[in-house]
Design a protein around this ligand. Structure first.
Ligand code: GLC
Length: 564
């Protein structure tokens, strides 16, 4: 039996390690108390499409590892890798069949460990994509759950009797088309799936599910991940009474009635689950990004949690709903997010939405507009999350024939909904065949524009979109005003030019963005802020400023340092 003194030693050791962990949690990186993720630039990698090291036409972890130097040089501090866990790939990885492994098509756990240590050496954090709402129907939990009404995991999913013969329990529809309920003939009950039928929803009301999911995050934190992007958090909980959703007039792309997801989305219980995930994250100084489709800032605030105890980085998708170059609309949205209760998170593209290059581009000045958008969201107060290929001006290239569609919703919803293949095409590394992504035919075709928009060529061109992204990111990393400064809008009635100051103590940076296709001359009155003149830090083309007047070419960007 250990002696009393050895017990005391063990207890002292445990207390000290707990204290050490508590201290590393939320470790500030500057005098303002900012955390690492507030100064970091994040970059989403869709692993199927980034870099293919084994030439099977699908990207992989070794491919990502081979591009870390590129990412470092670009100015990326953290990568979020979309799901790379074992999966039947019905939803290209968002149907996970094992949370604690790597899908063989992407490599092995050893490859992940190598990637993690190579990234760490370069100061790049790795975040994984945690699909919290549902598993694959091939996950062992679901296989057991459906095996009998009395199985150990039966209550890990949402099973109900139908309303009557051939009738699902209620009117809820899947966001990917059809009823959200599927009858399982073995046990003669329906299970609920908000997404594809192969993605059964987990029952988060079951404490065993919660604990198992929390343990998954611990497992990866211990392996070196710095956090997670939490997938589809809005849909974690459903009304236990299964109240029918209100139905609106008309039908959607899948021919289903249009429903208001009142009883199966954004239920208050979601926040309790997020607080639990956050508690675990805090033990590891980790960061949680949320896929949060909020309707307004009040909803966004709920996701930060009271006293910021939920998500550190809930994405502001309202920013992506400003779908045209409108100085007024962006100004309004930025002000709203700037007043939110937590640190803003800006995104302009991802694997589910049309790329920013096409959403804002006019077909003629797309490269200038791509630079304009970089000048915008990379200079705001908050953390930007880039999407692979955005930095080279990759465009959305949707399939033109139904038989070429890979994303199942593009087949169900054709031609109204063409699916998300268009924004998931292979990364364009060079002008060679398959854009240097793979030696084999890629899983999705390489867009024609790879000939003009690719990393190799743009790296040699000082006027390229890539060169501009690198310059803005460099500035962002070195300017205290851009990192920590407050946001102060200027000329708030200007419908063409969006301008603002980022002010940090006695330093200020001016950002002026011409959102119109004509040259603009703008005068600023920043005397109330105590500044007299401006010196250029970065500008596109002929855009310039002198004294307190800026002249901006069409879609031009001017960023300058103010002096007293
Ligand atoms: C999220 C993902 C999307 C996926 C869905 C279901 O919205 O971003 O790609 O299809 O969740 O997991």
């Amino acid at each position: 039996m250990p002696s009393t003194s050895s017990w005391i030693l063990v207890c002292a050791f445990l207390c000290l390690s707990l204290l050490a962990r508590a201290q590393t949690a939320n470790k500030a990186i500057d005098a303002e108390g900012n955390q690492w993720w507030q100064h970091a630039v994040f970059y989403e990698i869709y692993p199927r499409s980034f870099a293919d090291s084994d030439n099977d036409g699908i990207g992989d972890l070794k491919g990502i590892a081979s591009k870390l130097d590129y990412l470092k040089d670009l100015g990326v501090d953290a990568i979020w890798i979309s799901p790379c866990f074992p999966s039947p790939q019905v939803d290209f990885g968002y149907d996970v069949s094992d949370y604690e492994n790597i899908d063989p098509m992407y490599g092995t756990l050893a490859d992940f460990d190598n990637l993690a240590s190579a990234a760490k050496k370069r100061g790049i954090h790795i975040l994984l994509d945690f699909v919290v709402n549902h598993t694959s129907d091939q996950h062992k939990w679901f296989l057991d759950s459906k095996s009998s009404r009395t199985s150990e995991h039966r209550d890990w999913y949402i099973w109900r009797d139908g309303k009557g013969p051939g009738q699902p329990p209620n009117n809820w529809t899947s966001t990917f088309g059809g009823s959200a309920w599927k009858l399982d003939p073995t046990t003669n009950q329906y299970y609920y799936h908000y997404f594809y039928a192969q993605q059964p929803d987990l029952n988060w009301r079951n404490p065993a599910v919660k604990d198992a999911m929390f343990d998954v995050t611990r497992w990866w934190y211990k392996r070196g991940v710095s956090g997670f992007r939490l997938d589809a958090v809005d849909t974690l909980f459903e009304d236990p009474d299964l109240t029918d959703n209100p139905v609106k007039p008309g039908t959607n792309a899948y021919g289903d009635p249009i429903e208001e997801d009142k009883y199966n989305k954004k239920l208050p219980e979601v926040h309790e689950a997020l607080r639990g995930l956050r508690k675990v994250a805090d033990e590891y100084n980790a960061v949680l990004i949320g896929e949060t489709w909020t309707a307004n800032i009040a909803e966004l605030n709920l996701y930060y949690g009271h006293g910021n105890n939920e998500l550190q980085l809930p994405m502001d998708f309202l920013f992506t709903t400003v779908n045209k170059l409108s100085a007024g609309d962006f100004r309004k949205q930025i002000a709203a997010v700037d007043s939110a209760s937590g640190w803003p998170t800006f995104v302009i593209s991802n694997h589910d939405i049309v790329r920013s290059y096409d959403r804002y581009g006019d077909g003629q000045h797309n490269d200038q507009i791509a630079k304009l958008m970089a000048g915008l969201y990379l200079t705001l107060r908050g953390t930007p999350i880039m999407y692979y290929g955005e930095e080279i001006g990759m465009k959305t290239t949707p399939p033109t024939r139904k038989e070429d569609v890979k994303d199942p919703i593009g087949r169900t919803g054709w031609p109204k909904e063409k699916g998300r293949d268009g924004q998931r095409t292979p990364m364009q590394w060079d002008a060679s065949e398959n854009a240097g992504f793979s030696k084999a035919t890629p899983w999705l075709p390489v867009p024609e524009t790879a000939k003009t928009h690719n990393v190799a060529d743009e790296s040699k061109d000082s006027e390229s979109v890539l060169a501009f992204y690198k310059r803005v990111l460099k500035l962002r990393h070195t300017s205290k005003a851009l990192l920590d400064g407050t946001y102060a809008p200027l000329n708030e009635n200007d419908q063409n030019v969006l301008s603002y100051l980022r002010v940090y103590k006695d330093q200020a940076v001016l950002v002026a963005l011409n959102m119109s296709g004509t040259e603009q001359k703008v005068s600023f009155d920043w005397s109330k802020n105590g500044f007299a003149s401006v010196k250029s830090l970065l500008a596109t083309g002929k855009s310039s400023a002198s004294g307190s007047v800026a002249t901006l070419e069409p879609y031009g960007v001017f960023i300058g340092q103010l002096s007293k």
